[in-house]
Design a protein around this ligand. Structure first.
Ligand code: MTE
Length: 320
C-alpha cells in the first residue's frame, strides 16, 4: 500500500506561510502581471511548468479581499493532507493519497434549470479572470475542528448574475462529478452519489459566498476539490461541495447528501451555531488544527455581522 502513495503536492512545493505572505506582498508591490511574466524563474515557471489557462497563472497575484480574516494561516501541508472528500475514501489521508486519479482539465460544468443561459460550459469560459481575488476564511468542520485557509476564487454572485436566474429560481443546487473510475470511494455506497449540496438564493448571492479555484496562490489541489469548489464560510464545511460539474437553479428546496443520509443529524442550513449541538457531540468549541487546546466556536463562524440578517425570524434550532 505504502508503495502506491502518491502525494499530489511534493514536499518541495509546499509553501510556508511566511514565504507565501512575502511573495504576495512582492506581487502587490511589483507591476503585477507584466513583471511576473518577466520573472518566470521566481514564480510562474517554478510552480507551473506546463502552460496553464490564463486565470491559473494569475492566482499568485490576485487582489486581497476585504472579507479576509487576519488570523494566522493553517499550514499548507495540513490543509492538503487532512481532508474530507468521501469520493476518495473516508480516511483523512485518502484524498491526498488518491487525488491523482482525478483529471480536472478539461472540465465541463452543466448549468440547468431556472436560468436564461443554460448550457454546458468549459470551466475556462465560466471564469472571468477579473473576478478573481484572494479570501482568507475560517473553515469550521462539523467534526469540531477548524482551519484558516487562503483561497483564490470569485463571488458566486458574479457567476449567477451572468447566468441570469429566472424569477422562479429560489435555490441553487450543486453536484460533484460521478465517476467511480476516478473516484474509488464511489464504488462504496457511503452516501448517495453524486454528492449534492444546495443554498437558498439569498445565501448564494451573499458577497461572502465564494467559488474557489485556488489555494495558497496555486490552482486548487485535487484533494481540496479541484478545479471548482464552493466555500460558504458561515456554514459547516460539508456545505462546501467539491469538484462541481452541475449547477442547477430550481424553485423547491433540494435535499443535500448528508441530509438524505442522516436527517436528524444534518439539516439543509448547516449554519455554524455553538448553541445547537450535533445530536452526538457539542458544537460549542473547536480544535484549530496546528494549535494546541480548544477555542470557542463563534456564531456563524464569526461572520454574523454579514449573514445573521438572512435568518431573521427563523428558529435556528429547528432549521439546523
Ligand atoms: N465535497 C464532496 N464532493 N465530497 C465530500 O466528501 N466533504 C465535505 C466538504 N465537501 C466533501 C465535500 C466536508 S465534510 C468538509 S469538512 C469539507 O469538504 C472539507 O474540505 P477540505 O478537505 O478542503 O478541508
Amino acid at each position: 500500500m505504502a508503495l502506491w502513495r502518491y502525494p499530489t503536492i511534493p514536499t518541495s512545493e509546499i509553501t510556508p506561510e511566511s514565504l507565501y505572505r512575502e511573495r504576495r506582498q512582492f506581487m502587490k508591490q511589483s507591476a503585477g502581471l507584466a513583471l511576473a511574466a518577466a520573472l518566470p524563474s521566481m514564480v510562474t515557471a517554478a510552480e507551473n511548468p506546463i502552460k496553464l489557462p490564463d486565470w491559473k497563472q494569475q492566482l499568485a497575484s490576485v487582489p486581497a479581499s476585504p472579507f479576509s480574516s487576519d488570523e494566522p494561516l493553517t499550514d499548507e501541508r495540513t490543509i492538503t493532507t487532512y481532508n474530507n472528500f468521501f469520493e476518495f475514501g473516508t480516511r483523512k489521508r485518502d484524498p491526498s493519497d488518491w487525488g491523482h486519479y482525478l483529471k480536472t482539465d478539461p472540465w465541463l460544468v452543466k448549468v440547468e434549470g431556472e436560468v436564461a443561459r443554460p448550457g454546458v460550459y468549459d470551466l475556462n469560459e465560466l471564469i472571468r479572470p477579473e473576478w478573481l481575488e484572494e479570501r482568507i476564511y475560517r473553515l469550521r468542520c462539523v467534526e469540531a475542528w477548524s482551519m484558516v485557509i487562503p483561497w483564490s476564487g470569485f463571488q458566486l454572485s458574479e457567476l449567477l448574475k451572468r447566468l441570469e436566474p429566472t424569477s422562479r429560481a429560489k435555490y441553487v443546487v450543486f453536484e460533484t462529478l460521478y465517476d467511480p473510475q476516478q473516484f474509488p470511494g464511489q464504488k462504496q455506497e457511503t452516501i448517495r452519489w453524486p454528492y449534492t449540496e444546495g443554498l437558498r438564493m439569498d445565501e448564494a448571492m451573499n458577497p461572502l459566498t465564494l467559488m474557489a479555484v485556488g489555494l495558497y496562490g496555486k490552482p486548487l489541489p485535487n484533494q481540496n476539490g479541484a478545479p471548482l469548489r464552493l466555500v460558504v464560510p458561515w456554514k459547516y464545511g460539508f456545505k462546501s461541495i467539491k469538484s462541481i460539474v452541475t449547477i442547477r437553479l430550481q424553485e423547491h428546496q433540494p435535499v443535500s447528501s448528508w441530509q438524505q443520509l442522516a436527517p436528524r443529524e444534518y439539516g439543509f442550513y448547516a449554519n455554524v451555531n455553538p448553541q445547537v449541538s450535533h445530536p452526538r457531540w457539542s458544537q460549542a468549541s473547536e480544535r484549530r488544527l496546528g494549535k494546541s487546546g480548544r477555542q470557542a466556536t463563534l456564531m456563524f463562524n464569526g461572520y454574523a455581522e454579514q449573514v445573521a440578517h438572512l435568518y431573521k425570524g427563523m428558529d435556528l434550532e429547528k432549521n439546523y
